[in-house]
Design a protein around this ligand. Sequence first.
Ligand SMILES: Cc1cc2nc3c(=O)[nH]c(=O)nc-3n(C[C@H](O)[C@H](O)[C@H](O)COP(=O)(O)OP(=O)(O)OC[C@H]3O[C@@H](n4cnc5c(N)ncnc54)[C@H](O)[C@@H]3O)c2cc1C
Length: 555
Amino acid sequence: MHCNPFQKILSFAIVKTVAIIGAGVAGLASAAYLARAGFKVKVFEKNNFPGGRCAAFVKDGHRFDIGATLLMMPQVYERMFADFGKNFYESLDLLRMNPVYRLWYPDGLALDFSSDLMRMQEQMERIEPGSYGRFLQYMGQSFEAYKVSMKHIIDRNYSNIFQFINPINLIRLYRLNAFGNHYRLASKYFRHENLRTAFTFQNIYVGQNPFHAPAIFSMLPFMELTDGVFFPVGGMNKISEALEGIAMENGVEIRYRTEVARIVIANHRPHPVPPPIWGREPGKGLATGVEMTDGSFLPADIVLANADLPYIYQELLPPGPALKRINRLGYTCSALVFHWGMDAVLPGLEQHNVFVSNDYRENISAVFDGNGIAPEPSFYVHSPARADRTAAPEGQDSVSVIVPVGHLKMAGLYDGKTLRRQTEYRNHEPGIANSPANCQLPTVNWNNVIEQARASVLARLAKEGIPDVEKHIKFEKVYNPEIWQNLFNLSRGATFGSLNHNLMQMGYFRPHNQHGKYRNLFFTGGSTHPGNGVPLTLISARLAAEKIIQQYGER
Ligand SMILES: Cc1cc2nc3c(=O)[nH]c(=O)nc-3n(C[C@H](O)[C@H](O)[C@H](O)COP(=O)(O)OP(=O)(O)OC[C@H]3O[C@@H](n4cnc5c(N)ncnc54)[C@H](O)[C@@H]3O)c2cc1C
């Protein structure tokens, strides 16, 4: 900063106000870190609940997780809680999932994906003799990918490109097959399509195509089997509620139902720090605060945006060259999510189930390269009441079905100019049932797409010996890509990101957590470094807070 030593001491002595846009997990976690460091922190959240995509809604005694359902990388949560003097395992009532999930194949076979190695051996050898030994080798190389990625790519801030691109890192990436694709890597270890699918479909969690995703993502199945997958009794929202509690204990003020309409920029003074590749725009300017949709203004010394990064550039900042780059980036897929309140318990399901359809490649391609949905899509079923009886009334069930679909632009629903407000915004809060009136789009008949997907899911469940599901549905709530876009301001309704993790959107190449021009504007959340999924957004929150504390000092 250009200031004399006295001004510098004065500026460090004055408590700085941070305005945070969004109370997603990353917004809440970064708020807690900053408040603990002595900043005055105010969080503004458009919806009336904490946690964003890690929230739940309850209807007639049935509870549904809106987004995240698998608690992976528990050590990241453990670290976050420990940073605030709390024991993660004592703060939540955690259940370890075993199996992690059941994979239901189109040929009638099933695989319980499990940390119990005897069980894996017995099942895998039945599918492909000799595969268990190769599975152990695959796990060995995935462990390397995991270790190296955590240390050298994920859990660190970058200040220059050479920290990412240097001979040692390139050799590391090459050795880990980072330049090959995940499916091809799995194919070297397994011949049977069922096993290739079992060890690659996890890419879809992070909205990626396994046929294009870097092979380094072999760390996903590794993490599931070794670190374990957990589920908090009461739902994944328990994590968001715990984070909200930690933030408030540290003095954070959270205002719900408060939507930020604009980040106000004043052309004040240039900043001496050379901007990184992200947002490299000449000129000057500082964020002076945030303006709400009701016209009120909150002045702030620092603005930290947790809302989806592309949306921030598209909607809340003055237009600039960075916007063009943002629009050219790769986005994750979207999803149709059915939440069903059932009057009976569905038989045969595990808590997490993946139903793989015929022709895995074609199926994936329809989502990522085609017009949005496969004729017989693969899908995921979450039935939390298997392990957590609080999820549904006694003798009943709460079932969520996630069907991956293309994002709005891919599905031809995006005109390239207006990303949101294509339809009048309506209240899609948890607990408020959708109706055709508020799901309907002018550009696509979502009812038709939903009907097709529902029919296909029901037919597949019936084929697997789970008949008459429709008969037992008491109520249904559906989230389509438009709703994802409007509910959380996710660019293109790309639910799992919005930005994806291709090689050119990882590490230093992923949008940074500080704006290149407005140096008091920071970012945190799934579309920033290191990426999406609850654990990575928690890391993103810590890294963004560290950067702010480094720049402004602990109070
Ligand atoms: C269907 C689905 C399944 C998933 N499954 C898993 C899983 O099993 N495991 C896992 O780890 N992850 C999973 N994820 C991903 C995970 O949920 C997200 O990566 C994570 O919750 C993102 O957190 P965030 O804080 O970055 O963003 P968000 O949760 O999107 O939070 C951003 C917040 O900003 C608010 N906001 C936006 N615009 C404004 C504005 N103008 N003013 C005020 N507030 C605003 C939004 O309402 C939102 O609350 C899943 C996601 C989805 C959608």
